[in-house]
Design a protein around this ligand. Structure first.
Ligand code: EPS
Length: 386
């Protein structure tokens, strides 16, 4: 769904590490390992995470595409080591090993396990779960932080907050004039990335309860982007529409099960006159009396903030596992238990920001083009409408 950028990630959860390549970025963008590290650290946070995040301190090494602190226009590649690898050298060895390595044969309902072993003719679920683990999102956040930097330099900010964990819902709106950067400043301080203190506590209690019960919880988070000019995306073809591009990217993230753009589902039960955002003129530019559309009309950005809401299902690895069947013997048994998170919704919001960064940087490059940041900025200065 990306038009100008391409990215690939590789790596198993308990392999040596993660590799990523981002191609199509213009030259001259200032970027550093420290900048990328800040975003990686945000992804590691959140109340309800499991033991793995205590082991890792994710840092990305830039292997190519950057010289003297600036991008070269060539493919940018990142390497993130798994610290946990040292505990898995036998179980995850590239070479064959003499020792017996126990196979995992009890598929977890909700995970990729059963469909994966059936698809690839595996008799060991580890061959699937290593890659289907959300560990892979580390590299997405790493690569997307380079897109985030491009957006920042062109006046686009992306932020997020958690609005629901299990049944604890924060129904308060984002305070007026709170920029995405300020929103992140506030939400990053909260263990659940919720800016409403009362609901924060309820969310944490929901996580505690699920933890005590050997269960897991999902939730909903909101992602916003501001500073976009008119016309990213296009109304002219199905795959050019900005919201279809955003949706495809979002839905590629593990455990994301629903997306709402603007007032989404709630708009379906209202009248057209209640939903559509009336247009005004403030003497210099068009303005809107509301933003129910969430910043996208006809598949194009309309200068209003992009507002998305994503639903994340509860993580399928459960300490009190569900019923399953042993793929070796076909006996009924409980599903495999693997170290897991009780809740990863706060981290998922950071991952969703990252997916939005990919799409918006790509759409900006598609509309304005340029091989260098200077060219991109000059093209925007010449023709971007706000
Ligand atoms: C994750 C790494 C994983 C899990 C989690 C997210 O590491 P490990 O399996 O070693 O604990 O903590 O992934 C899942 C719960 C899952 O089901 O995929 C990470 O880096 O975010």
């Amino acid at each position: 769904m990306l038009k100008k950028l391409t990215f690939l990630t590789a790596g198993e959860s308990h392999g040596q590490g993660l590799l990523g390549i981002l191609d199509g970025m213009p030259a001259g963008l200032e970027i550093s390992e420290d900048y990328i590290g800040v975003q990686l650290a945000r992804r590691q946070l959140g109340y309800g995470r499991g033991g793995r995040m205590k082991i890792e301190t994710d840092t990305a090494e830039i292997w190519s595409g950057v010289r003297h602190g600036k991008t070269l226009g060539s493919p940018i590649s990142l390497l993130i080591h798994n610290k946990d690898w040292e505990n898995w050298t036998k179980k995850m060895s590239v070479e064959t090993v003499e020792e017996h390595v126990k196979k995992i044969t009890l598929p977890r309902p909700g995970h990729a396990d059963l469909a994966g072993v059936q698809k690839y003719d595996f008799d060991d679920i580890r061959n699937v779960l290593e890659r289907s683990s959300a560990r892979e999102t580390t590299m997405r956040v790493g690569l997307a932080s380079i897109c985030r930097k491009l957006l920042l330099e062109t006046g686009v900010e992306v932020g997020s907050r958690v609005i629901q964990i299990y049944d604890a819902k924060d129904e308060s709106p984002i305070p007026d004039n709170l920029s995405p950067a300020k929103l992140n400043e506030l939400s990053d301080k909260s263990p659940v990335r919720c800016i409403n203190k009362e609901m924060e506590e309820k969310m944490m209690s929901a996580i505690d309860k699920a933890k005590n019960d050997g269960d897991s919880v999902g939730g909903v988070f909101e992602v916003i982007a501001t500073g976009l000019p008119y016309g990213l995306g296009a109304h002219t073809q199905w795959d050019k529409k900005l919201h279809s591009r955003i949706t495809a990217m979002m839905m590629s993230v593990n455990a994301f099960k629903g997306i709402e753009i603007g007032n989404g589902f709630s708009g379906a039960g209202k009248l057209g006159s209640e939903v559509h955002d009336e247009i005004g003129w403030d003497g210099e530019k068009y303005m809107r009396y509301s933003n129910n559309a969430g910043g996208i009309e006809g598949g194009m950005s309309n200068v209003q903030p992009i507002v998305l809401r994503m639903a994340m299902k509860p993580i399928p690895t459960l300490i009190k596992p569900l019923r399953s069947v042993d793929i070796a013997t076909k006996e009924s048994k409980n599903a495999h238990k693997e170290r897991t998170d009780v809740c990863a919704v706060p981290a998922a919001a950071v991952i969703a920001e990252s997916m939005l960064c990919f799409v918006l940087a790509d759409a900006l490059l598609e509309k304005f083009g340029g091989d260098s940041m200077d060219q991109l900025k000059a093209h925007m200065a010449a023709s971007a409408k706000y």
